[in-house]
Structures are given as C-alpha cells and as structure tokens.
Design a protein around this ligand. Sequence first.
Ligand code: 6PG
Length: 242
Amino acid sequence: MDKNIKIFPTPYELAENFAEEIVSLIKESNEKGMPFTVALSGGSTPGLLFSLLGDHFAKSVSWEAVHFFWGDERCVSPDNKESNFGLTKGKFLDKIEIPSSNIHRIRGEEDPVSEALRYSDEILTFTDSRDGLPLFNLFILGLGDDGHTASIFPGQTELLKSGKICEVVSHPFSHQQRITITGKVINNSDRITFLVTGKNKAGIVENIINKRPDALNFPAYFIVPVYGKLTWFVDKEAAALL
Ligand code: 6PG
C-alpha cells in the first residue's frame, strides 16, 4: 500500500494520529522560528480531530505562530450550526491560547462577493507565496460522497483552474452559497491531507486512489500538489475497497 495512504481501525485513532502529526509539524516550525499556516476543512469529519486537539493537545505546543484559515465556509453567521468556523471554535479554538489575530475566519455573514475578495487579501497578507500563489504549510481537506472537496463540486471544475484565490459558489442541490479556496491555491500547499471516514466514502476513495475513469468526475481527484506531499488519512470503512 502506498505509504501516503494511512489506514486506521477507527475514526478516533485516525484523528489521534493526525493530531499528533499536526503538533509535530508545528513544533518543527516553531524550532525554525517560522509561522505555520493551516487551512482547515469543514463538514463533520474533522469534528473529532478538533475535539482531540482542544481536549488533549491544547498544551502540547505553542500556538503563538500558528495561523488558522478555512478552506471553505458556508455563507452563514459564525453561530449558525452550519458554520465550519463555529464547529472549530467550540471544539478547539476556545480551548487553546492563540492570538485572535491568528484566527482567519471567512465571514459567512457578509456579502459573499465582497467577502471572497476580502478573504483573498487576508490570505495574501498572512501566508507565504510560491509561483505567485499563496502557500499553506498544511491544507486539510474532506471528501464529499459526490467527490467534492472544499466547496469545489462536480461540474464546477473551473474552480480547479481559477486564477482567483477564493470564489463564491452555490451548493448544487441546496443552492447554499459558499466561499471556497480554489484548486491552484490548494495544490500549491506544502502538505495536503485528506481526512476521510465512513463506508459511504469507500467507492469514491477507491476510484480516486486507483485513478479509475469515473474519478475524472470528482473534483477531489484533481487535488495533486505541485511541490508538496499528499497524504490520505482514512479509516477502515472508507478504505474497505482498497
Ligand atoms: C464543507 C466541507 C466539505 C466537506 C465534505 C465532507 O464545508 O462541507 O469543506 O468539503 O469536507 O463535504 O463532509 P463530511 O465530513 O461531513 O462528510
């Protein structure tokens, strides 16, 4: 099995191992006196990771030089149960000592078009760059059961080649507006990690990992780091067809 695919018996063990990896990456960065920029995924999968980071790793590392961003956000207020930021805040960010200026949330309550522009500027201000694009040290992604990632949905593959840092999109079924970081920026990251659990994702995971023809329909298939490293953290259920 490809060493960049890590399979864990349970979602808890997956989250625990990944939390340890994040802490180790931050420690390395702290030793070099460098900031560490992380784009967090949304949805429900990272909930366990955030809880573990908040409850078991809050004092394991200095968060002073860590900057948190979100790969995408629903255009809702931060206290809405749909808010990706809201999930992270309650389970994790409220439990660590970190300057509030290091928390770079997408303001879902604002006008989406102007917020996409504002957020793009914030990303440019607080991240390094490579090839004229923002560079995240770590970009965490989820995988939808339709093969979307961040808020890049099937049929919206222009977002993979967009020259913009962020774009406003509509969910194909709910038509909920979202702001997403685009594919070229994601692929410019030093490390990209997919966190995937559950048997409903097993078919998509197999299609993408084994480069099946159907994978061309899945935006997540086109997440291929230009310079960095792509790792899959999957639980046994999501890896069932590998
Ligand atoms: C979002 C996410 C999205 C998510 C996948 C998986 O805002 O919903 O960024 O890309 O990661 O839909 O969601 P689950 O973890 O809930 O399965």
